[in-house]
Write a protein that binds this ligand. Sequence first.
Ligand code: ZN
Length: 397
Amino acid sequence: MDLTSHLTSSALALTAALALVGSTGCTSTCTYVVPAASPPAAKPLVAAAAQQGPAPTPAPTPAPHVPLPGLPTPPGAANVPRPSGAPGNLEVLDWAGFKSAVSYTFDDGQPSQIEHYAELQATGVRLTFFVNSASVTWETDFVSTFSQAVRDGHEIGNHTAHHCHADPDGTLHGTDPRTACPGASAGAELDDCTAFIKSTLGASQVWTAASPFGDRGFDAAVGERFFLNRSATGGTVAPNDDTDPFHLPMWGPAANDTVEKFNAAVDRSRTAGRWVIMLLHSIAPTTSPWYATVDISAITGSIAHAKSLADVWIDSMANVGAYWRGQKMLASVTPTTSGNPQTSTWTWTLPAHFPSGKHLRVKVDGGTLSQRGRALDWDSHGYYEITLDAGSLTLSP
Ligand SMILES: [Zn+2]
């Protein structure tokens, strides 16, 4: 993609955004305050039910469901016998047993994404929305839409409060000609946005970020707060490669690209066995075509295409990225051995700010795999599923 035009167009969009912010009473020197808002309905209901026991009020059921948390069922028949050879050759399946992976990420919490949320939700796949918290002061239906996205199981990631630039040394500024950024620092920009996502949108945690404009100046502050950050640089990710987890590459369409372009990006990453992170901005039809506007049919059609391939893992950036980083982490561990016949034990510490409750799928030639003193079950799709929270794994004869 043409980075210059990206920056220029994004700058124009930001200028328009800030102009709107100004029109609602916020000046370039104002301090962003998380507004008082009603908490999302789902959480209090669950909490009340847990405390009171009987007769909980059922929460409204969104339809269709996005998948439950956890890894999806991989392709292929469930007829793989448990390996019965000699213990050894621990191997992590790439992409949870799928051929490739794709994440659909949407930046800026744009009005056109709010307008098309129902169609995105109807795809039934888990999406990632990188929002700017300060947009709540002037965007219509911002809180209602993205708190619904939280309840629907989508990931809300951090795109900072005000979408400022950050120089390589972390100095913040607005668009050219340089204007002041309302935020105090890169860290404060990220922390304000995280506070908003948790307290106002109702997310339990924020795991990932995307740097505005892909500016490298956010990377250091992001690394102190999250386990992944997406850039605006083109590219894809391979299992066990040396991609910077705080500058993940992306594929983004040009304005008016149709489904064929999207499908080609999915197909290329599938052929190569890689993870493609789609970076999407404005969705047509809309009266707010901020940047790289594509028709909703290109996005939903691409998701339908990826689903039809059956061996493409479609999931949020946090979920696919946790698998990718978890696989790399385990590959870096040298097991300790003891006894004859030999028992091997892998012990690890998860990367900083890594989500809890994540898993890897592994194979061995034979033997018994255990965690926390319990033998793991063999899944007849062809793997054992290990929990990364356990911190260790044992292979015994
Ligand atoms: Zn952005």
